[in-house]
Design a protein around this ligand. Structure first.
Ligand code: 13P
Ligand code: SF4
Length: 306
């Protein structure tokens, strides 16, 4: 048995012994996904986390995802295996800035992408994820929406709901925002038979040229179910790797090698192992007031998303 398999076996043994549920975002490495109880996009993970019966949750992903787990299950112990795993987008806008912006748009409903800190969520009305944003924004009664922080996701949503008025701010994911129309042109000319599947954190010029725009899970499902045999994947490179492993009869290319999220790659199998042993990682601790106020907009997301 190789070292990775030995560590995986130990993780599986310890998680049962210690009543731990492991959640892993789709961007995590395959050896981590293989030992997880639940995998998927941010929306699926937040719902799975709220239903997990275990007393301890380890969230292998980035900090805002672990915070979301804690907000939904305050009575549980929630851990982030590597404390350095942040999200560049979630750290872009804080409570002070958005409080000021809200004053300029007092009649707007504040819709926060789930890639935000727990602290910022406390002053927002409803959360969305990339897979639920269009549906939830349609269901919101108010026709005026202040969408934060990702203007690319916001633009993708507003184009599908022209009857509503959106105010966007200039935030977003620096990794997805780096992709440009020249990257699309190059990939299309190299792989003319491939379908282009991209994440809505990409810019409007990239999304407008895609055959499908959706969340990490949405992209994976689309590729798995498609009759097509070749795909260009416009999100973190791990998704191209996972798909190639899962569908060996199809061919997957990445849109550009710029699509690497250092935050998501920070967490290793050894970090997860150490965390489960109680020798590493960080327990997520949030005060009662933050949990109470941030929970309102996550509950609203789950209510409207059903
Ligand atoms: P998903 O909601 O599609 O999982 O996206 C999370 C994310 O951070 C993408 O960059
Ligand atoms: Fe955050 Fe972008 Fe990484 Fe997603 S890809 S976790 S939005 S920095």
């Amino acid at each position: 048995m190789n070292t990775i398999a030995k560590i995986q076996d130990e993780i599986i043994r310890l998680k049962k012994e210690k009543d731990i549920c492991i959640l892993a975002h789709s961007y995590q490495a395959r050896e981590i996904l293989e030992v997880a109880d639940f995998t998927g996009d941010s929306y699926k993970l937040s719902v799975d986390a709220s239903k997990a019966p275990n007393q301890n949750i380890v969230m292998s992903g980035v900090r805002f995802m672990a915070e979301t787990c804690k907000i939904l299950s305050p009575e549980k112990h929630v851990y982030l295996p590597n404390p350095d795993a942040g999200c560049s987008m979630a750290d872009q806008m804080d409570r002070q800035l958005i409080s000021q912006v809200k004053k300029q748009y007092p009649d707007h409903t504040v819709v926060a992408y789930i890639n935000t800190t727990a602290e910022l969520k406390t002053i927002c009305d409803v959360c969305v994820t990339s897979s639920s944003a269009v549906d939830i924004c349609k269901k919101i009664e108010n026709d005026k929406i202040l969408f934060i922080p990702d203007c690319n996701l916001g633009d993708f949503v507003l184009k599908q709901i022209p009857e509503k008025e959106f105010k966007l701010l200039s935030g977003g994911c620096p990794i997805h925002a780096c992709v440009n129309k020249d990257d699309v042109k190059k990939a299309r000319s190299l792989y003319p038979d491939a379908l282009l599947l991209v994440h809505p954190e990409c810019t409007p010029e990239v999304c407008s040229q895609a055959d499908y725009v959706g969340s990490t899970s949405g992209i994976m499902q689309y590729a798995i179910n498609s009759e097509n045999k070749e795909f260009i994947i416009g999100t973190e490179i791990s998704i191209q790797e996972h798909l190639q492993y899962m569908c060996p009869d199809k061919t997957f290319h990445y849109l550009t090698n710029k699509l690497i999220c250092p935050n998501m790659r920070t967490t290793t199998l050894v970090d997860l192992y150490n965390c489960i042993k109680g020798e590493g990682g960080e327990e997520i601790l949030l005060d009662d007031e933050t949990i109470r106020d941030a929970k309102k907009c996550i509950d609203e997301m789950i209510r409207l998303g059903n």
